[in-house]
Design a protein around this ligand. Structure first.
Ligand code: PRX
Length: 652
């Protein structure tokens, strides 16, 4: 057990929601939660069917959940809809027509505000633009943009015409873009000349070119002019957004989609092979993201809501775009870094726009703590009423700082556990109900039948760690891995095929009150600043470098990032092992995958600690990386002398 988890497990402080919060909350009591939860588990058809009545459907469903083709769930089977009519058109018939949908702030300080009516208009125009470019229902459109309004608009424009969007986080490199474009067979890419980050521009078009010049799959590349970065335009393929975006608004009719039609792909790392295109469908995802946003963020029309995630991650999809728009919320979107021009940028944004709900990652919170309280204290952030965290375990120290310094010991904190695959939040406090405990995600959301089981699928006793599984289908669940149904079944459903449980890939423990604490991944996935990376993917990347003969990558506890990356490398004959060589390898990974995948440590080794059967002992490598003495049974190690040498050199 890592030190962080040990600290979390010993935590026994409980924080009740305040009276003022409870009074105004959508859900006000444990009794109300229990009754709704019970109904959601016992009668999901009734529970979700009632909620779905409030949406705009082109045709109502025949069945709320059809699980006949398990594990492919058909939520709202038989229904027809378009999610953008629910995100936009539906609000135009109400007072929300003139309500702010988006408050966007660029890193240099430029801003744009759009009402629901204006956002609708822009999405319709972008949809017309894509249609004009020949994009049809079912086509895949890759979006590689900075956090500019066109990102949200492009996503919604795709959904409006029934194209499947595949957003790639702007921090990924050309190698990652090429893999994803090829896997999705995406003929259209939307990108920008560049974006702003920490006062500098980053040339996105150049990165895209390095990828798409290597394939003839991409026929059209639409370029948003954002940061005046030099770039090339390939004639016949590349075209500026501004040159084709209609000057006049059009009421672009939304495509009719079946409830199961894919809405988007989002590539994420698993324990094996290349990143997989997690596929989400339309109706279930819509109902799931709407309902979680409403109850977990206690969303009201008066709120100004800010989720700091990039749209390139699932959090950005579900809680920056779809969930809040489905609720008719006012959304803040910020383009750049939290520490530009100064360490108080986030608090400045909150003060300026009077943000009431703030959702961010533990990594960011740890960075704010390090930067110091004075940056927070410069600002009036008393508009805040609710805080959230996501993406990785939050250590109690960071939780307490968030609670006291940002939440003024008054705002509830929702520590939300979920995944790219789950589409929406699964385990979380409900802000008006749950007594929260630092570091604990607490209880399942409506419809989530979470359990902690042993290797055989039997529930473990309270207080004992085990595998986190979900025993029943839930509306926003993934429906496939793009083009690979076998892999979908294998990765998530094969471990407990008999019982039909979804394997989350996390370890967890439940206490006697039913509170669930997430213990971290049970597979070879590491979580670096909330970014999910596969050790195997990093290893394959390293061995592709000419100097590397063999590599092993592990995660280790890191004060700021949650987990850091340590790579152990055996070089080929004739290559040197200098500090410069370490820098070369770090840069190589950053170039192949993205800067966020750059290893924190590179260790050159004569041999990797393996068991006699040839298995790398990762536990030992983790301990070396964390600077701890190697403990436990080493009797199965093949080459103990090489291990001792490695451990000694790591300490220097
Ligand atoms: O290990 C869990 C961790 O992040 C993984 C999912 O990563 P991703 O698909 O990139 O989605 C992140 C945003 C939803 C999980 O398997 N994780 C996510 N939220 C938490 C968490 N670990 C602990 N506590 C959380 N609140």
């Amino acid at each position: 057990m890592s030190n962080d988890i040990e600290v979390t497990m010993q935590e026994d402080r409980l924080f009740e929601p305040t009276f003022e919060f409870i009074e105004q909350a959508h859900i006000k009591s444990k009794g109300q939660y229990d009754a709704m939860y019970m109904e959601s588990i016992r009668s999901p058809e009734k529970f979700w069917g009632d909620i779905a009545e409030d949406f705009t459907w082109k045709k109502k469903w025949d069945q709320v959940i059809n699980w006949d083709d398990a594990p492919v769930a058909k939520w709202f089977d038989g229904a027809e809809l378009n999610i953008t009519e629910n995100c936009l058109d539906r609000h135009l018939e109400t007072e929300r027509r003139t309500k702010k949908a988006l408050i966007w702030e660029g890193e240099p300080g430029d801003t744009l505000e759009l009402t629901y009516e204006q956002l609708h208009d822009r999405v319709c125009r972008a949809a017309a633009m894509l249609r004009e470019q020949g994009v049809k229902k079912g086509d895949r459109v890759t979006i590689y943009l900075p956090m500019v309004p066109e990102l949200m608009i492009s996503v919604l424009a795709c959904a409006r015409i029934g194209a499947i969007h595949s957003v790639i986080f702007g921090g990924f490199s050309s190698g990652a873009i090429l893999d994803r474009v090829k896997d999705a067979e995406s003929a259209v890419v939307i990108t920008a000349d560049g974006g702003w980050r920490r006062g500098k521009t980053l040339g996105l078009k150049k990165i895209v070119d390095d990828a798409i010049n290597q394939t003839d799959i991409v026929k059209t590349c639409i370029v948003v002019q954002r940061a005046e970065v030099d770039h090339e335009m390939k004639s016949g393929r590349d075209i500026y957004w501004n040159d084709i975006y209609p000057a006049e608004g059009t009421a672009f009719e939304a495509e009719t989609m079946k409830s199961q039609d894919p809405l988007f792909l989002l590539y994420t790392s698993g324990s094996t092979g290349k990143p997989k295109g997690v596929q989400h469908s339309t109706a279930g995802y819509m109902v799931g993201t709407h309902t979680t946003t409403k109850y977990i963020f206690d969303m009201k029309d008066s709120d100004v809501y800010w989720c700091t995630a990039d749209v390139g991650w699932i959090t950005g999809h579900s809680y920056l775009v779809y969930g809040p728009l489905l609720n008719g919320a006012t959304i803040v979107m910020y383009e750049g870094a939290p520490n530009f021009p100064d360490f108080d940028r986030f608090w400045d944004v909150i003060e300026k726009h009077k943000v009431t709900i703030f959702y961010t990652a533990p990594t960011a919170i740890r960075a704010f703590m390090k930067w110091g309280n004075e940056h927070v204290e410069k600002h009036d952030i008393s508009s805040l009423r609710l805080l959230g965290t996501v993406g990785e375990p939050i250590n109690p120290e960071a939780w307490m700082w968030y609670h006291e310094k940002i939440g003024a010991s008054r705002c509830p904190i929702v520590d939300t556990w979920w995944q790219t695959e789950t589409g929406a939040i699964m385990i979380t406090p409900l802000p008006g109900v749950t007594s929260t405990r630092p570091g604990c995600a607490t209880t399942p959301f409506f419809g989530v039948d979470a359990a902690i089981v042993d290797e055989k699928g039997n529930e473990v006793p309270d207080g004992k760690g085990g595998l986190l599984v979900i025993r029943k289908p839930w509306p926003s669940m993934l429906t496939n891995i793009w083009g690979d149904l076998d892999r979908f079944k294998e990765v998530y459903w094969s471990r407990f095929a008999e019982q039909g449980y979804y394997l989350a890939g996390d370890g967890a423990v439940k206490d006697k009150n039913g509170y669930i604490t997430i213990l971290g991944r049970i597979d070879d996935v590491i979580n670096v600043s909330g970014h999910r990376l596969s050790t195997m993917e990093l290893e394959s990347c390293l061995v592709a470098h000419p100097s590397v003969a063999e590599a092993a990558v592990v995660g280790f506890e890191h004060d700021l990032k949650g987990e850091g990356i340590a790579a152990y490398v055996i070089v080929n004959n004739g290559f040197t092992q200098s500090e410069d060589d370490k820098v070369i390898l770090k840069k190589f990974i950053a170039g192949e995958i993205g800067a966020f995948a750059r290893p924190d440590q590179i260790h050159f080794a004569d041999a990797l600690p393996k068991t006699r059967s040839g298995k790398i002992m990762r536990r030992v490598l983790k301990e070396i990386a964390a600077g701890r003495d190697i403990e436990g049974d080493l009797s199965t190690i093949e080459d103990i002398a090489a291990l001792k040498k490695l451990a000694a050199s790591a300490k220097v």
